[in-house]
Design a protein around this ligand. Sequence first.
Ligand SMILES: Nc1nc2c(ncn2[C@@H]2O[C@H](COP(=O)(O)OP(=O)(O)OP(=O)(O)O)[C@@H](O)[C@H]2O)c(=O)[nH]1
Ligand SMILES: [Mg+2]
Length: 232
Amino acid sequence: MIRVPMEGKVLNENEKAAAALRAEFSRHNVFVVNLIGSPGCGKTALLERTLESFDPSRRVAVLTGDIQTDADAARLARYGFPVRQITTAGACHLDARMVRNALDGWDLANLDLLFIENVGNLVCPTSYDLGEAHKIVLLSVTEGEEKPLKYPGIFFKADLMAMTKIDLLPYVPFRADVAERNARQIHPGIEIVRVSSTTGAGMEDWLRWLRAASAGLAVHFMLAGNNCRAPV
Ligand SMILES: Nc1nc2c(ncn2[C@@H]2O[C@H](COP(=O)(O)OP(=O)(O)OP(=O)(O)O)[C@@H](O)[C@H]2O)c(=O)[nH]1
Ligand SMILES: [Mg+2]
């Protein structure tokens, strides 16, 4: 009985912090996406492949969340863009305050695109607004096509589902069309891309989605074809 009001208060605090962040992102025209998915679904790998495809002049940064270690930040920093690790020391999600703290010292006026990789978890991050423009859910083909039905919250809230590791489709009994149907049963308007960070398949669709989703903002991170290296 006590747990519910306390959780409500925490979420309420987060909503205030997220609203402040959203206003800040909007003021500086920063396009922010929040990547959510199970541990190991390929969030960092997708970001690695994405950063690899960007021209170094792009004004892109990444915040990556984990319970422990800065392993993901080390992987992502290799591409030359600003990267910071948020270690939550036990928390199964990022919250808006953690994001605000991690942004300290970064001039948002110098940024067009911010990726936030959430802690690997299909449930907890769903409830925490980070001031992002879009939540993106990743579902890898090794997880089972029923996951959108079992974990509907994130599929309902996400604007895009990235089906990851599609290079493994020949080797796993995963029916991609059923997974997509399940996601659309929960959220009829959800957009879907199929990608492989290993082979690069589908990267153009993912980048096209990013371009279209950010079109309302005056961001220039990859509007010009000559400034965006084609995915390898
Ligand atoms: N075959 C294949 N493996 C992949 C692909 N993407 C990621 N992996 C592998 O999946 C494992 C987990 O990938 P990560 O990118 O670390 O996953 P993550 O979602 O960032 O994991 P956490 O941050 O720990 O939640 C690694 O061994 C990757 O090499 C892919 O497209 N195809
Ligand atoms: Mg990761």
